[in-house]
Design a protein around this ligand. Structure first.
Ligand SMILES: [Zn+2]
Length: 268
């Protein structure tokens, strides 16, 4: 077993180091983000080439989607989201941590639950990221999942028709990755489990975002924002939700919900 893992760790570490280093030089990751991406990538490849490739699909599709209509998105979400979207270490771990831990567990124990958990978690991260990027690319205002009222683009807990469609496609793509990576013949049960995991995770993300996630307020403009310093130059302050329940914590919880749902459905 160890003889399997050590070469994989070396290959994964090398690949992850190259990818993380490049992303960092391009200004896509902070230094902490670079370290986190290195660890997540190295662990994922222990699961096999399929696991590493699936992580790459998530990462590069997210980067590509974030560039699509980037100017429009920035204009629409400017009062809510920070200008530069450099991914921090916590952000990387929140999205990829559960997947990265599942990979070695799956290899060492051979538990199918670990495989489904990992891909359900990554499907949740993918569905949520695609939904956000695609939803913001269209003019139609998202609506709060709880109140149904229109909210500013980029507001946590806002959902839209385009975003929801993107979440379904994102979860489906990750389900295909799971079928390829988990060394099983084409299997409808696993496909369905990962799709439902991804959607449940994205739903949990929006639900938490619309209810208990930390929300900041600008007194000057009387607007909600996720910026610490608002576009007007004044500091925003925590006003609603749980202060410690940041976007990163919500993302991490959403991936765990996605993984757990995939295991639950896969067991049926
Ligand atoms: Zn303001």
């Amino acid at each position: 077993m160890l003889l399997d893992i050590i070469p994989r760790l070396l290959i994964g570490g090398t690949l992850a180091g190259v990818v993380a280093g490049r992303a960092s030089r391009r200004g896509q990751l902070t230094l902490g983000g670079e370290y986190a991406a290195f660890v997540v990538g190295a662990l994922a490849v222990i699961g096999g080439i399929g696991w590493g490739a699936s992580l790459a699909v998530f990462y590069y599709s997210s980067i590509a989607l974030s560039r699509w209509r980037a100017g429009d998105k920035r204009r629409r979400s400017r009062s809510v989201l920070p200008d530069v979207q450099i991914r921090s270490g916590w952000q990387v771990l929140a999205n990829g941590g559960a997947f990265a831990i599942a990979a070695p567990v799956w290899i060492v124990t051979g538990w199918w639950q670990a495989g489904l958990f990992g891909f359900g978690a990554l499907a949740a991260a993918t569905a949520d990221t695609w939904a956000t990027e695609v939803g913001m690319a269209f003019k139609a205002a998202p609506r709060s999942l709880v109140t149904g009222r229109p909210v500013v683009h980029g507001t946590s807990g806002g959902v839209s028709a385009y975003g929801t469609a993107a979440a379904v496609v994102g979860a489906f793509v990750m389900a295909l990755c799971a079928v390829v990576s988990l060394d099983v013949p084409f299997d409808l049960v696993r496909l369905e489990a990962v799709i439902l995991g991804g959607l449940a995770g994205a739903m949990a993300d929006s639900l938490l975002g619309a209810t208990v996630q930390s929300r900041r307020w600008c007194d000057e403009c009387r607007e909600w924002t996720e910026r610490r310093v608002h576009t007007c130059g004044y500091r925003s302050h925590h006003r609603a939700g749980l202060a410690w329940l940041t976007n990163d914590v919500v993302n991490a919880v959403a991936t765990v919900v996605g993984g757990a749902t995939a295991v639950g459905v896969g067991r049926l």
